[in-house]
Design a protein around this ligand. Sequence first.
Ligand SMILES: C[S@@+](CC[C@H](N)C(=O)[O-])C[C@H]1O[C@@H](n2cnc3c(N)ncnc32)[C@H](O)[C@@H]1O
Length: 346
Amino acid sequence: MDDPQMVRFHRQYMQQIQHPTYPPAKLLLEPDVQEQLYKHFFDGPLKGPATYQRRVLKQIILLIERVIDDPDEDAVSDQLMEHMGYLSTLPTDDPATEASRTQIITYILPEPLETKAPPRILIEEAPNLLAAGSNVGLRTWEASLHLAQYLHSNPALVRNKTIIELGAGTGLVSILAAGPLRATHVLATDGLPHVIQSMAKNIHRNENIILPPASTSIEAKVLDWADHDDPSSLEDTLSLENAECPAYDLILGADITYSPDLVPVLAQLLKVLMTDMWDENSGRRIEALISATVRNERTLSVFREACVERGLVVEEVEYTCPRVKEQRGFFHEQAFPILIMRIWAP
Ligand SMILES: C[S@@+](CC[C@H](N)C(=O)[O-])C[C@H]1O[C@@H](n2cnc3c(N)ncnc32)[C@H](O)[C@@H]1O
């Protein structure tokens, strides 16, 4: 596939985004484009769940049918029509099943659309999960994709750095850092053991982009923010192989500032990591990059205030992410604004 509109559409389809950018109908009408569609989107073992395929193929057929002037000349290909017929025979998930079902989602890195075989990260998750609660870490949230875009555009922030991610959920950002962005070591943490288990499987699933030729290591460990308001309790979790004391450069976090009850403990943990655990002799200074979906301005202010009360500086990073139609990977809508905060101890 060479047409950039088709490449973007295919990348969005692999990520199963709800509202992909359909190429113009006139392009979809072309027989060789329909052949590519069949081959790359629908042929072979089911690429994505039937419900998603059906929704996308239905829209493709609708778009093509709208621009057919002469039915003797133009048509929807037999392959696409037959596949639609096949998909129609498959059972439809009820919304509750669809919301909890896990799938392997392919996140393609936002490389130029001309790049052949850009790196991809495979994440098993429940992409349609809406509810909060203990399963909130079992899907990848928009703030993670936003942070991933930002880091991908600023790779020097990560390269050769030692990184800890808080509330890492499915592990997408940590895997990106450890793999394509070439951090030296990544400790991906989350408060819930079952989230860590599923994250560890995702790390394993992406070993091909993390292991050689990189010399990175990545591990997943439980770290509950509420359990760590003093440095001694953190030493075991943070211990680095081959290092006497923890020496992290960068703390990452995405969509972890959503609960007013949790933001004070999170701010306290940041303070402990940045000041109490800081080794003066290491010459390294820890800073944090936290991306936040602003669902509620109040919660974010509570977080900012909690950081400032603990002597930390919070600054908003200037970054405007392109809209979905212009994104090339890590696709995400911004139903609520997403911002990135840089936090450090002066
Ligand atoms: C909204 S999800 C974000 C997950 C991931 N960063 C993303 O953006 O896709 C919030 C994450 O914070 C984790 N979390 C919630 N409370 C926590 C706590 N007290 N300690 C550590 N992690 C916690 C959840 O398990 C979940 O993985």
